[in-house]
Design a protein around this ligand. Sequence first.
Ligand code: HEC
Ligand code: HEC
Ligand code: HEC
Ligand code: HEC
Ligand code: HEC
Ligand code: HEC
Length: 196
Amino acid sequence: MKIKDGVHRTIVLSSIPIVFAGALLSASVYNGDRASTKPGLRSAVGWEIMKLDANREGRSVEFTHEAHQLYMKKSGEGCVVCHHLNLPDDSSSSCYECHKDMRKESSIFDHELHTRIYKNKGAHCNECHGKDRSREKAKVCVDCHPDYTGPASLYMKVRGYESAMHGNCVTCHKKLDKKLGEPMYSECSFCHPEAE
Ligand code: HEC
Ligand code: HEC
Ligand code: HEC
Ligand code: HEC
Ligand code: HEC
Ligand code: HEC
């Protein structure tokens, strides 16, 4: 894609300047659209030991995923203590797939996508709306997704990744500190060595 863009621009560059300006304008609009539909964060790297650096800004946290699977097997809590919710037809979905921005809230309900699904199936808007198409009267998520039992608004204001990570990792590590009798597992530097 990048290379093609480059070639395209050089060709345009050597022709009429007005066309060049137009091409640049449409190119930037196009790129903007693409950026907004692409999830902002990316998957952890590794399996037994994961590197968590969802925004790829270089501040990574090392996470012993496999060891934690064993801890939670022993304690009887299982995967669900962290993998508390999944995408439809999936298990152990990655956190970044729903906690889509490092800091900002985001929605996991894609109106466009749902409209497309039901356009293909024929029923279209009536699948979720009656005559009154207000958001309050729309069908609730759980009618179609058995795990999504909360109010629709819960899935449209999903906390950022950092908040999800701290809510999960730090909450449990604080309990370890309580047992230990001193702060260690929940100290910033325990997970962020650069913060020492
Ligand atoms: C038990 C582990 C743990 C502890 C303790 C912890 N964090 Fe984090 N923190 C994480 C994880 C995991 C992430 C997500 C890292 C990523 O994907 O870049 C994160 C992300 C962050 C980010 C965003 C990083 C980025 O790349 O934008 C900041 C800032 C941060 N933590 C600050 C703190 C501070 C300050 C403390 C202490 C008050 C703290 N953390 C304690 C695990 C921890
Ligand atoms: C202590 C918390 C915790 C426990 C317990 C845990 N996981 Fe995870 N798991 C994570 C985190 C954090 C990630 C990385 C998420 C991300 O990339 O946003 C992850 C990622 C994954 C992924 C996606 C890997 C990828 O490459 O995208 C799978 C699959 C997975 N876990 C399965 C499991 C299974 C199965 C169990 C139970 C046997 C389990 N996990 C237990 C926290 C946990
Ligand atoms: C299928 C989507 C989805 C996935 C995948 C997901 N979450 Fe969440 N998470 C939510 C929603 C929805 C909420 C509720 C809204 C909120 O509090 O942000 C939530 C809330 C949370 C909370 C606050 C819970 C509370 O009781 O206060 C934490 C902590 C959290 N998620 C951590 C994680 C971690 C860690 C992972 C990956 C191991 C993960 N989430 C994967 C959708 C998801
Ligand atoms: C899978 C279910 C589903 C389908 C299919 C669907 N909608 Fe929606 N619609 C919703 C939900 C849920 C909301 C509330 C979204 C929000 O709060 O952001 C909504 C919101 C709306 C709103 C905004 C209402 C307001 O109060 O602001 C309009 C208008 C709307 N839909 C029209 C349509 C039309 C037209 C179609 C067909 C082309 C359609 N919807 C298909 C579920 C659906
Ligand atoms: C009328 C049924 C219906 C309702 C209501 C509905 N969905 Fe869906 N949704 C679907 C179908 C069908 C799919 C396609 C995947 C599948 O087959 O499960 C889907 C897919 C999804 C996906 C996966 C999208 C992806 O990118 O893979 C998410 C997340 C989702 N829905 C969230 C929601 C949330 C949140 C609500 C409530 C606000 C909701 N849905 C309401 C039928 C519905
Ligand atoms: C439900 C509890 C729980 C959660 C959630 C949790 N941890 Fe832990 N963590 C533990 C336990 C138990 C240990 C082992 C303590 C010991 O015996 O020293 C541990 C140890 C660690 C260690 C030291 C290496 C090791 O495996 O002993 C790191 C690093 C760590 N956790 C990072 C994280 C990060 C990052 C997250 C969030 C993605 C997280 N933890 C979530 C319970 C948890």
